[in-house]
Design a protein. Structure first.
Length: 146
């Protein structure tokens, strides 16, 4: 990309973001939550840089329309490549969140069942009292970082 520095910057930003997405997608596939967390700041930075480069192109599309055909093909191919990794990232993130929510739902259900069977209630004077205890009112919270 020699003919236009703005176009070169867009391609460079897109490749950097795609490389990061490849790394994150790999971590998501093996459920490496710590690796995904470690990439968050870099991902935010790469996304911001790419967005800024694209805004410059949207303000002046001539940066791309004036490119020679071979360079326009590089821009197109880079966009397709980035889009493929973005789509995969969205699918993997969605399935990871759904899996986590499903797991937490099972944990909550199991705790409720145990509480219904074993949880005791307390009378006004602090003694154990099973007569007025309503197990369904037992609350449960969990750490969202799980």
């Amino acid at each position: 990309m020699r003919s236009n520095p703005e176009a070169a910057e867009v391609v460079r930003a897109a490749r950097t973001l795609a490389d990061l997405l490849i790394e994150e997608n790999k971590a998501l596939r093996v459920h490496d939550v710590e690796a995904v967390k470690a990439l968050t700041e870099r991902k935010n930075t790469c996304t911001h840089v790419y967005r800024q480069r694209m805004l410059a192109i949207h303000r002046d599309p001539g940066h791309l329309t004036g490119l020679p055909e071979d360079e326009r093909e590089i821009v197109r191919a880079t966009g397709v490549w980035l889009e493929a990794h973005l789509s995969e990232n969205a699918r993997l993130l969605k399935s990871t969140m759904e899996g986590t929510n499903r797991l937490m739902g099972l944990v909550v259900k199991a705790v409720r069942e145990v509480n219904e069977e074993q949880a005791a209630g307390y009378a006004a004077d602090g003694r154990l009292d099973d007569s007025g205890h309503v197990p369904s009112r037992v609350t449960l919270s969990y750490n969202q970082n799980l």
